[in-house]
Structure formats: C-alpha cells, structure tokens
Design a protein. Structure first.
Length: 202
C-alpha cells in the first residue's frame, strides 16, 4: 500500500534542488503533489540584519517554521507527496552566517521535538564542492565568496548530522556525475520508500 511521503529538501544554492523537484514531478506522476518553497523571511524590513534585531528575527523564524510544519501535517492527510524546498534546517545555516542569529544544538533539537514531522519524512540533502557551486553561481546565491561557501557547507553538514529526522539521504555531486540518470535513480529510490513501510502520520 502506498503511503503519503514528506520530502525535506535542503542544500546550498546551486546544488540542484529545482532540478530535483522537476524530475520528481515527472516521475511521480501524481496530481496530489504539493511543493512548498521557503525563502528569506521578510522580517523587520531591515537590511542588513544586525545584532540588535536578531532576537526578534529568531522569534519570528521559529513561529514561521512551526506554522510550516503544522501545514505539512495537515496537507499530508489529503496528498501523496509534500516537498518542503528549504526548511528550518537551512535557517540554522543561513541565520548564523548572514543574519546574526545563532542557534545551539539544544535549540534545534527542541524545535524538532516540539514540532514533529510525520514519520514518513525523508530528509534529502544535496551538496557539492564549494568550487563547483561558485562556478555555477548565477548572482542570486547568498554568497559568491569561496571561503563563505566553505563555511556554509561545513555548517550544513553539522545541521544535517544533528537533525533527529531518521531517514536521511545525502547526494554529493562532487563524488558522482550530475546526470539525469543518476538523479532519477535517487528519486525512484525515495519514491519506493512510501510503498513498503506502514507509517503512522499525524
């Protein structure tokens, strides 16, 4: 029996998240697929972010992503696949690096415990070398500085490792070819997960 599936899609800019979503749509062939995309929150209308307003930003961010999780737990009851393209996990990377908003491992763990995702959740982390990401930069990334990109990737790894989501799939394009065939094989594997496991979901 096919069970509904939640996919949390994370990774630095230019790691192929958009291509992943497009390919998954084509392979899944279900009208009951919801794609949620989180962008930089329009909080405080202050640029750049400063240490003065960082706590206000953190409070807003926690409330925002709590609402996102609640929305997922509602949508999963009437849809086959929910894709969350960027999540609170990405905020634990970009907040400290660009928005003066530091998070401890305990804060992250408490958020996940207080805002549980359905058990049928798969965390997909797309990554690549910092050099490759800089080479593919389109001017819309958080940074085009190599040192900052290295910091992003290092912090992403820490955040992904610390997440309590049990089903994790790491796709590292620096170790294999970024081809349609390889991407399709990963997506077919992910889709097979919801055909074999009897999940309890909220």
């Amino acid at each position: 029996m096919t069970q509904p599936l939640v996919i949390i899609l994370e990774g630095a800019d230019r790691t192929g998240k958009g291509t992943f979503v497009e390919t998954l749509r084509r392979i899944a062939k279900t009208p009951k697929l919801v794609h949620l995309h989180s962008t930089k929150p329009p909080i405080l209308n202050v640029s750049p972010y400063t240490a003065v307003n960082s706590q206000n930003y953190k409070d807003w961010s926690n409330k925002h992503y709590s609402n996102v999780v609640n929305n997922i737990n509602t949508l999963i009851k009437t849809n086959d696949i929910i894709i969350l393209d960027r999540s609170y996990l990405g905020e634990y990377v970009y907040g400290p690096l660009y928005r003066f908003t530091n998070y401890t491992k305990t804060e992250m763990r408490n958020f996940e415990l207080d805002n549980p995702l359905p058990r049928n959740t798969v965390l997909v982390y797309l990554t690549d070398s910092a050099e490759n990401l800089i080479a593919r930069d389109d001017g819309k990334s958080h940074t085009d500085d190599l040192n900052n990109k290295v910091k992003e990737l290092k912090l992403f790894k820490t955040v992904i490792d610390n997440s309590i989501i049990s089903n994790k799939l790491i796709i590292d394009w620096s170790t294999e070819d970024f081809t349609p065939e390889v991407l399709e094989s990963y997506i077919n594997y992910i889709l097979s997960l919801n055909k074999e496991t009897n999940y309890d979901y909220q």
